[in-house]
Design a protein around this ligand. Structure first.
Ligand SMILES: [Zn+2]
Length: 208
């Protein structure tokens, strides 16, 4: 049976247009991708991800949850020491559509007090258009995605997570994985496979 990619794996243009001024894909012709990891840092998973990247000399950008940075400052420092990029992902992983505007922005600010980044990615990709404006006053870049691996989806196999990336990647793609315990059962197999595949295809990895 042929499986269709769901819209969120590679959001169509009309969805991207609802969020003017946000970053979904790099405007490049070369085979460059921006690998990103959300929701960490957490012990073991983040450390393992770093090792897999280091083995292949790849740098990525980690969108961190402020609460995790507060709990594991050593892991956050390790990401920076290894030359990876870091971005802000709120303090408590708050979904924008489920809280009041002020509550959301306060949580964003609390998170970035410990993360200190010019990059922001909204949890669950949720934002209201008016929030884009408020966030753009705080951050240089609001980063969405071009390819969502869906590594967090328990209904998918590692193979399907890999296929989500393999089928949809293109020059300039912002690719999302998660350095989280929830994603781990799929990440463990899908990430090394994805990295090796993209290297074989001649992709270079850049930090946002
Ligand atoms: Zn997240």
């Amino acid at each position: 049976m042929k499986k269709r990619s769901r819209w969120e794996v590679q959001p169509p243009k009309w969805i991207r247009m609802f969020y003017p001024g946000t970053f979904w894909r790099g405007d490049v012709e070369d085979k460059v991708v921006y690998l990103t990891f959300d929701d960490g840092p957490v012990p073991e998973v983040t450390e393992w991800v770093c090792k897999e990247l280091e083995k292949r000399n790849i740098k990525a950008t980690f969108f961190c949850v402020g609460e995790n940075v507060t709990r594991y400052p050593g892991l956050f420092r390790m990401l920076k020491d290894k030359g990876h990029g870091t971005g802000s992902h709120t303090y408590n992983h708050l979904p924008a559509w489920k809280c009041s505007g002020n509550e959301y922005l306060e949580n964003v600010d609390k998170g970035n007090d410990v993360i200190g980044s010019d990059l922001f990615r909204p949890p669950h990709g949720q934002l209201y258009p008016w929030q884009v404006a408020a966030l753009k006053k705080r951050f240089g870049k609001i980063v969405m995605w071009d390819v969502l691996s869906k590594d967090y989806d328990r209904q998918l196999t590692a193979e399907e997570v890999f296929e989500n990336v393999r089928r949809n990647v293109r020059p300039g793609s912002v690719i999302v994985f998660h350095d989280s315990a929830k994603a781990w059962p799929r990440l463990e197999k899908a990430l090394p496979r994805t990295l090796d595949h993209l290297l074989k295809e001649g992709y270079r990895f850049e930090v946002l």
